[in-house]
Design a protein around this ligand. Structure first.
Ligand SMILES: Nc1ncnc2c1ncn2[C@@H]1O[C@H](COP(=O)(O)OP(=O)(O)OP(=O)(O)O)[C@@H](O)[C@H]1O
Length: 878
């Protein structure tokens, strides 16, 4: 997490060994009214640098700060306490404690009393520290979440009292060490405080319950040691610092009871007892300070357990805390002895060494360690990825960090990494597109089967409908024929009226006709015998008309209207005259012509009479008509339901065909997209590999040039200074360099000399070599100027080469950046396209089912091919 901390943030002196000495300040109060009345004089003086105080004439003491009577509360706060508040916010424990004789100004300095009636400049340390604490919290609110609590206790007569909860019995409060060795007060309730005002209220509230009393030395003398503790807990919300980093700090603000001499304070009875315990506590504190401050005693036992006060301040003195002691003194000469004791006491405290550490939650520490490990693994992973990309920066095992040291490298590598990520994205997208395409193909195949099934259903239904219609038409024809004959009968009926009877031939004809009709009905329609006597009339009729007609014709039997009124057809439509006239004419030919009737034996001489037989025939005829009409109605219904089923199937078929066409279109687009992505992925990988190789080569070259340049510079310097040091360039000795000192490439002079010393030959030649060395050095000096020029030329050449490489590298980096940008843009387009395809609806044209096979074959055939359309082309095409 957390609020990133650095030791430099805190200005309290930290020693090299991680220790921090207790800082000690002396504050002298001015003479109070009583002392002025008693005509006391001031016996304290101060040095100019604000570090020394002189008691009387020559008792000189040095402290971290010395504040004279005119120094303001704010100055004391800024110098002594502000750094401690900042420390606390950084996770260090801190303590500020005021020590001094009674009436010396401890409570005034600490601000533990009533703050409400005070002016701003009179406010003591506590309200100022609380205000600054909340200001700091506000400033860091974007870095960490804070939980602030406070507790306020007093140690009175060696008993601890919870001033914020005065009802808590003292016996239930005890001082303990927690698992980390920190001192904690068990039984004291801490209050969570969210703002400055609330904490001030708690301070005021607790101060009310603090034990005070009036003595001769101080009208409002504090009779207890008061400790106001602020607990600051912060949890980082910074991603970089680690989410779970938790640090805590305790800030003790201690207002000690004043040391006093019973004779001077006039303490008797209760006050005397208080005085004794106060002094005992302060004595124990003095012993602890002595033990900690005396270097000889430092390793010995520190008597923290001698009193509750020292036990409570165990961390603050010699422990995990940054501590500041403010020794309050009176300047009055009447208090000379007490002031001297206080200064001696404070002076000893300066030697105490504390060991403050940031109080980090152990769990968060562990988490951070794990996080670091993860980071290391991530770097390793990155390296691995770079290697798989073909990027093997500078001779193999060199870690990524080394390459990242160079700013330009960093940028370039970041580009490559981004491109690698894009490549991963593209691969993922490609896989998605391919999967989608396969899914669509499967769906299309299924759909194709469905379409085929629907198509055969439609065909079947069409056949059935056609059959039904034919049947229906057949019945309609029969019905029409019977109706026509009926009409013809009705027309000739008046001729029969009055006649004796119808001739037997007519009767026979009628019964023959009825039999035929009934027989055909019973046997079902004979579609083959189109030459039946009724088949000459071939016209459609509707079912509902048939029923109506049947009813109408039945009524005709009792109706005496003219036959012309019955010329409405069974379909409800007017009959066409030629059909009627043909049917009627055939009957008339047979029945109504008197000559023909006579010829056939019909007796028409007695009109006005109708025989019973004739009526029976007519009734029979009418029954036939009714049966025909009923059957016709059934057929009509069948035809209608078939029509509906056909319509439904046709609609389903059309819908499936439409979906099929859409899917085919989508498959085409997906395959095209997959081809493009595949191509781009290949191009990207190729490009990356190329870049990686170039980078690796360039890095090697740059490093080699850098080395060479370094060597040249070194030798130039040597030449200029006239030192006969050897150097190696490209494995050869440079003219002018002592031969004896020239070493093979890559071997240092020292090691070469070491190796050479061990050989016998070297021992023998040593004296000779020394002579040669001297000669060669002299010769080298003569050749210096020409060598120097050569060196300079070489250096220039190398520099220009290096610049050319740098320029090439920059050009390459720019190229990579442009490509990455372009690729990102095209990737956005492709994702837009994919979305578009998913939501695509109602295409204007579509492939027919027959074209599916060809299309699928064509697409899959092209799937692995690479074409080179740009993204822009691809998008516009689709
Ligand atoms: N620096 C100062 N400037 C002005 N007045 C001061 C200063 N310091 C202390 N006084 C005054 O001196 C008197 C005694 O101060 P204070 O009560 O703070 O002493 P103390 O050390 O807390 O005494 P005790 O130990 O008896 O509680 C108070 O009236 C206070 O206002």
């Amino acid at each position: 997490m957390t609020v990133p901390l650095s030791p430099s943030q805190h200005d309290s002196p930290a020693l090299d060994d991680g220790c921090s000495s207790v800082r000690v300040a002396v504050r002298a109060r001015p003479l109070v009214e009583k002392e002025i009345v008693e005509k006391c004089t001031e016996c304290v003086s101060y040095s100019q640098d604000g570090k020394q105080v002189v008691l009387g004439k020559d008792r000189r003491f040095t402290f971290d700060h010395v504040f004279g009577p005119n120094i303001s509360q704010d100055d004391v706060y800024m110098d002594c306490v502000k750094p401690l508040v900042e420390s606390c916010c950084a996770g260090y424990n801190a303590t500020v404690l005021a020590y001094g004789q009674t009436g010396s100004g401890k409570t005034f300095t600490m601000g533990c009393g009533n703050n409400v009636s005070l002016l701003e400049e009179e406010l003591g340390i506590l309200p100022r520290a609380i205000r600054q604490l909340y200001e700091n919290v506000e400033e860091r609110s974007n870095q960490a979440e804070f939980l602030i609590k406070c507790a306020y206790v007093e140690i009175y007569n060696e008993e601890i009292k919870d001033l914020l909860h005065p009802d808590t019995p003292s016996k239930s409060i005890s001082i303990r060490e927690d698992a980390n060795g920190d001192i904690v007060l068990a039984g004291v309730k801490e209050e969570v405080v969210t703002n400055f005002e609330s904490m001030i209220r708690f301070l005021e509230h607790g101060s009310v319950f603090r034990t005070t009393g009036s003595t001769l030395m101080n009208q409002h003398s504090s009779r207890s040691h008061a400790i106001f503790t602020i607990i600051i807990e912060q949890r980082s919300i910074l991603e970089s610092a680690g989410i779970n980093d938790v640090i805590t700090a305790k800030f003790h603000l201690v207002d000690l009871a004043g040391s006093e001499r019973a004779k001077r304070t006039g303490a008797v009875g209760m006050r005397f007892k208080e005085s004794v315990t106060i002094n005992c506590g302060l004595l124990a504190l003095g012993n602890v300070i002595s033990a900690l401050g005396d270097e000889r005693k430092r390793c010995q036992h520190v008597p923290y357990r001698e009193s509750k006060l020292t036990r409570m301040l165990q961390d603050s003195l010699g422990g995990n805390s940054r501590t500041c002691m403010i020794a309050c003194i009176s300047t009055a000469d009447t208090n000379f002895e007490e002031t001297l004791n206080t200064l001696k006491y404070a002076n000893r405290a300066r030697n105490i060494r504390n060991k403050p550490v940031i109080n980090r939650d152990p769990q968060s520490v562990m988490l951070n360690q794990l996080r670091q490990e993860i980071r290391a693994l991530q770097v390793e992973l990155l390296n691995q990825r770079m290697r798989t990309m073909g990027l093997d920066p500078v001779n193999g095992p060199q870690s990524l960090e080394v390459l990242l040291q160079d700013e330009s490298h960093r940028e370039f590598l970041a580009d490559i990494r981004a491109r690698a990520d894009i490549s991963v994205d593209v691969t993922a997208e490609l896989n998605t597109v391919r999967r989608k395409s396969r899914e669509r193909e499967q769906e299309c195949l299924k759909l194709k089967d469905e379409i085929q099934a629907l198509q055969s259903l439609v065909n079947k239904l069409q056949d059935e409908t056609l059959e039904m219609r034919t049947e229906r038409d057949h019945y309609q024809l029969k019905l029409d024929e019977v109706n026509s004959e009926m009409m013809a009968l009705m027309q000739v009926m008046p001729h029969w009226e009055g006649g004796n009877d119808i001739s037997s031939s007519v009767k026979a004809h009628l019964s023959e006709m009825i039999k035929r009709v009934m027989g055909e009905i019973d046997n079902g329609p004979d579609f083959g015998s189109s030459e039946s006597s009724f088949s000459s009339l071939d016209r459609p009729a509707s079912a509902d008309g048939a029923t109506r007609k049947s009813e109408k014709d039945l009524s005709l039997l009792s109706d005496t209207g003219t036959p012309r009124e019955r010329s409405i057809s069974s379909t409800g439509r007017p009959r066409s005259q030629p059909e009627d006239s043909q049917t009627v004419a055939s009957m008339q030919d047979f029945l109504s012509s008197p000559l023909k009737a006579d010829a056939r034996g019909i007796n028409c001489t007695s009109p006005g009479r109708t025989s019973r037989g004739t009526r029976n025939i007519i009734n029979q005829h009418l029954r036939t008509i009714r049966v025909l009409e009923e059957r016709l109605a059934v057929k009509e219904n069948d035809v209608k339901s078939k029509d509906e089923a056909l319509k439904e199937a046709t609609e389903d078929l059309a819908r499936d065909e439409r979906i099929f066409a859409e899917k085919m279109k989508e498959i085409k687009a997906l395959k095209k997209l997959a081809r493009d992505l595949s191509f781009e992925k290949d191009a990207l990988v190729q490009k990356t590999e190329k870049d990686a190789a170039i980078i690796s080569r360039m890095s090697e070259q740059a490093l080699a040039k850098e080395d060479e340049l370094g060597r040249l510079r070194m030798s130039l310097e040597n030449l200029e200074s006239g030192r006969p040091d050897a150097f190696v360039m490209n494995g050869a000795c440079v003219p002018g360099v002592p031969i004896a000192l020239a070493t093979p490439k890559g071997e240092s002079v020292d090691s070469y000399v070491d190796n050479s010393e061990n050989s016998d030959e070297a021992k023998c030649d040593r004296s000779e070599t020394a002579t040669n060395t001297f000669d060669t050095v002299s010769q080298a000096r003569f050749e210096d100027s020409s060598d120097k020029m050569k060196m300079e030329e070489e250096e220039e050449r190398l520099l220009s080469e290096k610049q050319a490489i740098e320029a090439q590298k920059q050009h390459l980096e720019e190229d990579v950046r442009v490509q990455t940008r372009e690729f990102k843009r095209s990737k956005q387009k492709s994702s837009f396209l994919t979305k578009y395809l998913c939501t695509c609806s109602a295409p204007s044209t579509y492939e027919t089912p027959d074209s599916l096979g060809a299309l699928t074959t064509r697409s899959s055939g092209n799937f692995s091919q690479t074409s080179s359309p740009s993204h822009v082309q691809r998008t516009s095409t689709v």
